[in-house]
Design a protein around this ligand. Structure first.
Ligand code: IPE
Ligand code: IPE
Ligand code: MG
Length: 239
């Protein structure tokens, strides 16, 4: 069965299981409108809601959002505080939606560095959605791929494991309950990974979009999936 929109057909048998977004361009989007960067982040959070709803409609099983990187601490304090506020607001909002029983909110990254109030709200949202079966909404907050690998290695050592395998490494990453991202989308024209899911992206498809993150909507998500469906994933094989 196909879902139609803009006369474009989506193959529901070839969906990315895990769709990940490196959300970029909130600041530039706001600056272009003569507005403060924080306004861009607010509209970025609204775009996240639209994207979650689109992913649910299209049948995506796991969606990840790179919300705050370990490098983003270099930003002005007011901007950092605002992003954390939005992250908790976003999580809380999701628990109040009519589809809140269908989703399961998860996080990756070291949340212990966040303000206590933020940690509490996000923990509550995770607890409230713990039984969600249809789709995982994964927020990467204070997340860095290199930090994650360092953490995994230290914990493996601590547990006294000495024949380390790829599977063991995967089990020690924040993403142990997620599949590897099939498609990684980055907005705003930047073509880099900025320390996102380094180990997990070994065979991900990449899609770089010019549009800034606050302009993302259901149609953009459809475009991303259609682009993915054009790709020929070989995983090193000859086909
Ligand atoms: C993405 O937008 C949000 C975060 C990285 C937290 P930016 O804030 O990076 O926007 P630009 O890249 O400065 O335009
Ligand atoms: C990447 O965006 C991090 C997030 C999306 C949270 P940045 O805007 O921080 O990345 P750089 O600095 O352009 O690489
Ligand atoms: Mg940026």
């Amino acid at each position: 069965m196909g879902l139609f929109s803009k006369k474009k057909v989506l193959d529901t048998n070839k969906l990315p299981r895990h769709l990940a977004f490196i959300m970029d361009g909130n600041g530039r989007w706001a600056t272009a409108k003569g507005m403060p960067r924080t306004y861009g982040h607010r509209e970025g959070a609204n775009a996240m809601i639209r994207v979650v709803e689109a992913c649910l409609d299209f049948g995506i099983k796991e969606v990840s959002f790179f919300t705050f990187s370990t490098e983003n601490w270099k930003r002005p304090k007011n901007e950092i505080d605002y992003i954390f506020e939005l992250a908790s607001e976003f999580s809380k909002k999701l628990t109040e939606k009519e589809y809140s029983n269908d989703i399961k909110i998860m996080t990756i990254g070291d949340l212990s560095a966040l303000p206590e109030e933020t940690q509490k709200i996000i923990a509550d949202a995770k607890q409230q959605t713990i039984n969600g079966q249809k789709m995982i909404v994964n927020l990467a907050i204070n997340y860095g791929g290199r930090d994650e690998i360092v953490m995994a290695v230290n914990n493996i050592i601590k547990d006294g494991i000495n024949n380390v395998t790829k599977e063991i490494i995967s089990q020690y990453l924040y993403t142990k309950d997620l599949s590897d991202p099939d498609l990684v989308v980055r907005s705003s024209g930047e073509q880099r990974v900025s320390n996102f899911m380094l180990y997990q992206m070994a065979y991900s498809e990449f899609y770089f979009i010019k549009k800034h993150w606050p302009d993302f909507n259901k149609d953009t998500v459809l475009d991303c999936i259609l682009e993915y469906q054009k790709r020929n994933r070989r995983f090193g094989e000859v086909k």
